[in-house]
Design a protein around this ligand. Structure first.
Ligand code: SF4
Ligand code: SF4
Ligand code: FES
Length: 366
């Protein structure tokens, strides 16, 4: 098949950028990486990009296709070629470009190092016996363990674009990989560190990391789990944590978000006073509902019942996140060597069975 593509080239010596178009003949099964190899071999040997494994394992070949991060070795070109589309290939975002499609991964690794990416078991002598972790507990960090450090999530992260010091989705997913590991003995220290400035509460929940991760790590879910674990451990002094707490109180008491009280509850009375002039302006334009008497939603009982149900099911910390997400689809639920067939995602040996009001949680959970 004939494949055409445009590549943003960058020459670091001349400091020049240029969008160049290439067209080559490639086998029908070719990936973007294969096509780049053909361009480099046959058209322009100076084209720079990273690769190693060619099979979605090493994480080297992250780049952008039409503005969205992809792994070049995972991206088939057949459909694009059939449609006659000419995709634009460029280097990943949020990282400095070294040459053509090669970025400086230094800032990426700096953030990974900042989350202490190794197990802190709390002992120096591992002893003679293995430290076995149940399947149920490993399921919690299964997705985070799949990360290949490609940087595709970081490339698309909104928060990192606004604040280059934000720890970012890859590092925080790595952090959750250890927070969720029952063998790790530094959970509180980790949660305190990740909850600080540029940490978990700076995520804007845009979900681009989730969308672009080629390995199903779902970094935003990992950040949500860290937030829930931090709250559960009483680490809630950050404004983001206070914000989240007020959402819960608000929904539980009135069934809707009591926005008028959100600022004092989040920032404190002293800081809120500075916003009085702004608030008065909003009030004059009818943008601020009066806090008293509080408006109570017609079906507030449903919100309260949901709150009670979550409490009853004991979904504190990560358990409140994992079970509610499509994330379970990513878990490999095949049993090991016992030939017993697929393992149920819920129930014994995995997540506790969630259930709806009126259902029997033990037997009829959905
Ligand atoms: S969800 Fe959060 S971490 Fe993920 S890309 Fe958006 S801002 Fe970044
Ligand atoms: S979380 Fe996904 S996108 Fe981000 S570095 Fe890991 S594998 Fe790549
Ligand atoms: S070359 Fe290793 S992940 Fe693409």
């Amino acid at each position: 098949m004939q494949v055409a593509l445009k590549i943003w080239r960058y020459d670091p010596i001349a400091g020049e950028r240029a969008l160049k178009e290439y067209e080559v003949s490639a086998p029908e099964e070719a990936t973007l990486l294969d096509v780049l190899d053909i361009v480099k071999d046959q058209v322009d040997g100076s084209l720079a990009y990273r690769k190693s494994c060619r099979m979605m394992i090493c994480g080297s070949c992250g780049m952008r296709m039409d503005g969205a991060a992809v792994l070049a070795c995972k991206t088939r070109m057949y459909d694009l070629a059939q449609e006659g589309r000419v995709p634009v290939i460029s280097a990943m975002g949020n990282l400095p470009v070294v040459k053509d499609l090669v970025v400086d991964m230094g800032p990426f690794w700096g953030k990974i190092r900042a989350v202490t990416p190794w197990l802190e078991p709390g002992y120096s002598d591992p002893g003679e016996t293995e430290h076995v972790v149940s399947q149920e507990r490993m399921d919690v960090i299964h997705k985070e363990s799949l990360c290949i450090m490609c940087g595709c999530c970081v490339s698309e992260c909104n928060s990192m674009e606004a604040d280059p010091d934000f720890l970012g989705p890859a590092a925080l997913a790595k952090g959750m990989r250890f927070v969720g590991d029952p063998r790790d003995q530094a959970t509180v220290e980790r949660l305190q560190s990740y909850s600080g400035e540029h940490g978990i509460w700076d995520c804007t929940r845009c979900y681009f990391c989730q969308e672009r991760c080629p390995k199903g790590v779902d970094p935003r879910d990992a950040i949500a789990k860290l937030g829930a674990e931090a709250m559960s451990a009483g680490i809630d002094s950050d404004m983001g944590a206070k914000h989240a707490k007020w959402f819960v109180t608000s929904a539980k008491t009135t069934g809707w978000l009591r926005e008028t009280e959100l600022v004092p509850k989040t920032q404190g009375i002293a800081k809120s006073l500075k916003e009085v002039k702004f608030a008065m302006g909003l009030l004059r334009r009818g943008k601020v509902p009066p806090p008293f008497p509080p408006h109570v939603a017609k079906d507030v009982d449903e919100a309260r019942a949901l709150y009670d149900l979550v409490k009853e099911q004991g979904r504190e910390g990560y358990e409140g996140i994992v079970q509610g997400e499509k994330a379970l689809e990513h878990l490999e639920l095949e049993s090991e060597s016992d030939g017993a067939g697929p393992r149920e995602p819920y129930g014994e040996g995995s997540f506790a069975v969630p259930y709806l009001p009126g259902e029997n949680g033990d037997e009829e959970g959905a």
